[in-house]
Design a protein around this ligand. Structure first.
Ligand code: APR
Length: 247
């Protein structure tokens, strides 16, 4: 992280009348949640995502899903926000950003106090019945699975209950379309902790008027950015807030 990169990012934020943020799994690694594609530690190095979190396994091998993939989701639920999440909540409170679009399902932006959050890959607070659409608290699914009710069944209609997380093969929720509209009407998008490898979310940076990318590794979209900062999100965001608050 260089002072020049920080100053350039700070000027872009100050000059922007509307700024949105897009976060990925990289913003949560400092909370102890591994991301998916970091070399050596990414979750997909050891697990086939299509085997773990895809609609084909969920619908065609539901027992397998609830015995393997489901636990992956539960590993995120007791994590705590880190300095990067708190910095974004602070930037929203200070008026430097309008809100956060997140690919993450770990609820850490909520826990850190962000208010305007668009969850484009769903969430791990709720589940729903694939037959009648009834929405339930995720804890109801967890209790049923713990009581060996696999797959967990809807108390209303007996249909199968599923987590409201977007799996490979799912349609994206309305939050994705809202996120696109928000970025199309923004001056600036700040991407934090995402490899931008997964569509259609990686289309969002392509509609941004101006782009800042904060990511440990170079991404496939660095060439689109006004400035890229290849360093840890928490440290970078706290430094940017200090710089923003100087004048
Ligand atoms: N600070 C900044 N960047 C970081 C940090 C950190 N502390 N830790 C990791 N990173 C970067 C990594 O270098 C990596 O490029 O975050 C990026 C995370 O990329 P991915 O693991 O691909 O995660 P993400 O982009 O969120 O994946 C998108 O893929 O599997 C699906 O649904 C899943 O939402 C996920 C989607």
């Amino acid at each position: 992280m260089s002072l020049e990169e920080i100053k350039k990012a700070t000027k872009l934020i100050k000059d922007s009348s509307k700024t949105m943020v897009l976060t990925g799994a990289g913003i949560s690694t400092e909370s102890g949640i591994p991301d998916f594609r970091s070399p050596g530690t990414g979750l997909w190095e050891n697990i086939d995502p299509m085997e773990a979190l895809s609609t084909s396994v969920l619908y065609n091998n539901t027992e397998k899903f609830y015995k393997e993939g489901f636990n992956m989701l539960l590993n995120m639920t007791d994590a705590e926000p880190n300095r990067a999440h708190y910095a974004l909540a602070e930037m929203e409170r200070l008026g430097y950003i309008k809100g956060v679009i997140t690919q993450n399902i770990d609820n850490l932006h909520y826990k850190a106090g962000s208010k305007y959050i668009l969850e484009v890959h769903g969430n791990t607070r709720e589940g729903s019945c694939i037959k009648c659409g009834t929405i339930v608290d995720l804890n109801i699914l967890i209790n049923k699975v713990n009581n060996k009710e696999i797959p967990p069944k809807c108390d209303k209609c007996g249909g199968i209950l599923r987590p409201d997380v977007v799996f490979f093969g799912d349609m994206l929720p309305d939050d994705f379309n809202i996120a696109l509209q928000e970025v199309e009407t923004s001056d600036l998008l700040i991407v934090i902790g995402s490899s931008l490898m997964v569509s259609p979310v990686n289309y969002i940076p392509q509609v941004a008027k101006k782009l800042i990318i904060i990511n440990m590794e170079p991404t496939i979209m660095d060439s689109l950015a006004e400035t890229t900062i290849h360093d840890k999100a928490g440290k970078v965001l706290e430094t940017i807030i200090e710089e923003l608050e100087k004048e």
